[in-house]
Design a binder for this molecule. Structure first.
Ligand SMILES: NC(=O)c1ccc[n+]([C@@H]2O[C@H](COP(=O)([O-])OP(=O)(O)OC[C@H]3O[C@@H](n4cnc5c(N)ncnc54)[C@H](O)[C@@H]3O)[C@@H](O)[C@H]2O)c1
Length: 369
């Protein structure tokens, strides 16, 4: 990790090379040399959403000035962007505009735009370069890091995708000042997640600065984003294609994905669903090593970050959806929880009867022990 005047430079090494990651308040005003070189004299397709372009599009002017040609392509807001028809529309647009193997895609938006743009870049002419410029906290700490791209099918979220690492990632925490506060909270749950299973000091850092973080203070956010990114980098480097350890990042996600799916992705944001999913998994963790103090610390931080109420959900619907989770392997579901703070465990040996009973208790009162 190195620091420029006001930015923190990190690197993710992966089988296809390495990705430089710059994090800072105002980092887009001082793009790294790698980023400028990647854009230099190329045909650039900036994939973004109308809201993000309207709020922050002018911040791309320096990059646009370096490109040989520049085209902004707008996609729908939110999950509707992660659709095969949207991807097809972009591929055809790229072809019509003369896109070539040395063209460059920029992903300028939240995790949905990043997942879609990475997928489009990965499939176009068997794979072209792309750069992630994530504009939500969730995308900066999680979605833009690690090379996973995907679109959704009606049957299941993220069910068609590929590993395709960006050429560079730049996380400018100033962009987060315009986020809806609920989106900021959603991103903070992913920070809590990685703290609980891998980097426990992050939990106390978030606790200490919570009011500044929730106020979208760019200077307070930058070191937290950098620390969360660094933790994810270490996990991904050890297991780039999720054969094993990378599954630690799914803490809170099995029940989280199921909660998102039963409400048809309309009631809970991704991070909020993960917040509830972590509350569920803490119950499994308490029977398997995690002490009461550790569980209380994580639960209390989730409470302080702030979850919306959970609507009506049945145990049967949740069970059916967890079984369909794409992380389910033939051998059964793998559950992730901290067996001690900062020590995530992947456990495939929890029987269905315990899961069903624990879901019942969780739905009766998500906050109780
Ligand atoms: N690839 C991965 O490894 C990975 C990891 C985690 C999550 N994800 C994916 O990320 C997606 C969720 O991402 P998200 O939470 O960023 O949601 P999102 O992309 O839907 O963005 C949330 C909302 O914020 C708005 N927005 C974005 N930037 C803004 C800004 N700076 N100011 C104001 N508004 C802004 C968007 O228009 C949108 O309405 C999910 O599809 C999830 O599957 C992927």
């Amino acid at each position: 990790m190195t620091n420029s005047a006001s930015a923190i430079d990190l690197e993710l090494r992966h089988p296809a090379g390495s990705t430089p990651i710059r994090v800072g308040a105002g980092a887009l005003r001082e793009p790294s040399e790698e980023l400028l070189n990647a854009v230099d004299e190329r045909s650039v397709f900036a994939i973004t959403s109308p809201a993000v372009r309207g709020l922050h599009g002018t911040r791309l002017a320096e990059l646009e000035a370096r490109a040989a040609s520049w085209q902004a392509l707008e996609v729908p807001e939110g999950e509707r962007a992660k659709d095969l028809t949207v991807a097809e529309g972009l591929w055809r647009e790229l072809l019509r505009a003369g896109g070539k193997r040395d063209s460059l895609v920029l992903a300028f938006g939240g995790g949905t735009v990043g997942d879609l743009a990475g997928f489009v870049a990965g499939g176009f002419l068997r794979g072209i370069d792309y750069i992630q410029l994530p504009t939500t906290l969730l995308a900066q700490v999680d979605a833009a890091i690690g090379g996973k791209t995907a679109v959704n099918l009606p049957e299941a979220k993220n069910s068609v995708g590929l590993f395709h690492h960006p050429r560079a990632v730049l996380c400018d925490t100033e962009l987060l000042s315009t986020l809806d506060p609920a989106e900021l909270r959603s991103g903070l749950f992913e920070v809590v997640k990685i703290g609980a299973i891998y980097a426990p000091d992050l939990l106390s850092r978030v606790e200490e600065r919570l009011s500044s973080l929730l106020a979208a203070d760019a200077e307070a956010l930058a070191p937290i984003v950098a620390a969360a990114v660094q933790a994810k980098v270490e996990i991904v480097e050890a297991d780039p294609e999720e054969a094993d350890r990378r599954r630690l990042l799914n803490f809170g996600h099995t029940v989280g994905h199921a909660l998102e799916a039963v409400s048809d992705y309309r009631e809970l944001r991704h991070g909020e669903a993960v917040g509830y999913g972590m509350l569920f998994a803490l119950r499994l963790a308490r029977r398997r090593g995690l002490g009461a103090d550790g569980a209380d610390q994580v639960r209390e931080l989730i409470r302080r970050v702030g979850l919306p109420p959970l609507g009506e959900v049945s145990v049967a619907a949740l069970l059916q959806r967890t079984a369909r989770d794409k992380k389910a392997r033939q051998a059964g579901l793998a559950w992730v929880y901290p067996s001690a703070l900062g020590e995530g465990r992947i456990d495939s040996a929890i029987d269905l009867e315990e899961i069903e009973r624990t879901l019942r208790e969780f739905l009766a009162d998500p906050w109780s022990e």
